[in-house]
Design a protein around this ligand. Structure first.
Ligand SMILES: O=P(O)(O)OC[C@H]1O[C@H](OP(=O)(O)OP(=O)(O)O)[C@H](O)[C@@H]1O
Ligand SMILES: Nc1ncnc2[nH]cnc12
Length: 171
């Protein structure tokens, strides 16, 4: 199946000069989305995860069905200030300025096998930050999975774990 035919490129969003890869048509097409999830599940299964961690917000859409198919737990990695109770955060640098992501302090038990899931890998800053945070709480990070990889941005080089992606774009 041609999954790329279900990805829409929207120029100049959210800023001039950025081509935004929109997964909405893929999510809206049940056969294509099922195919994407099942193909990704087969790759992620090799890492034998206990837990899938989804990165807010589009990463939740990607990680939740995978966790269901693979019979894994699902943990939310959210932007700062969104999770209740005790949290552990990690500050990371963006192209301009900085941001922070958090997980709940008791979300991961030391030694649990974790795969981090997002819809898209661009510069890799978000995924790298999530992995650093998960390692701080003792996770055994087995890999990183994304549906779309913007290979021209070299994000994979920032990820200190195996990376799998379903669709690659070189421009
Ligand atoms: O590899 P990077 O350069 O770090 O970029 C990738 C991140 O950017 C997007 O999320 P965004 O921050 O736009 O949030 P959203 O999922 O809530 O739309 C995407 O879902 C990834 O999480
Ligand atoms: N070009 C892009 N399209 C969609 N999501 C993104 N996140 C970071 N860069 C992106």
């Amino acid at each position: 199946m041609d999954l790329k035919s279900h990805i829409r490129g929207i120029p100049d969003f959210p800023k001039p000069g950025i081509l935004f890869y929109d997964i909405s048509p893929l999510l809206a097409h049940p056969q294509a989305w099922r195919h994407a999830v099942e193909t990704m599940a087969a790759s992620v299964k090799e890492w034998q995860p206990d837990i899938l961690v989804g990165i807010e917000s589009r990463g939740f859409l990607a990680a939740a069905p995978l966790a269901y198919v693979l019979d894994c737990g699902f943990v939310m990695c959210r932007k700062r200030g969104k999770l209740p109770g005790e949290t552990i955060g990690h500050l990371y640098e963006l192209e301009y300025g900085s941001d922070a992501i958090e997980i709940q302090a008791d979300a991961i038990k030391p030694g649990q096998r974790v795969v981090v899931v997002d819809d898209l890998l661009a510069t890799g800053g978000t995924m790298a930050a999530a992995i650093q945070l998960l390692r701080r709480v003792g996770a055994d990070v087995r890999g990183a999975a994304c549906f779309i990889e913007l290979t021209f941005l070299g994000g994979r080089d920032k990820i200190d774990a195996p990376v799998t992606s379903l669709m690659q774009y070189d421009s």
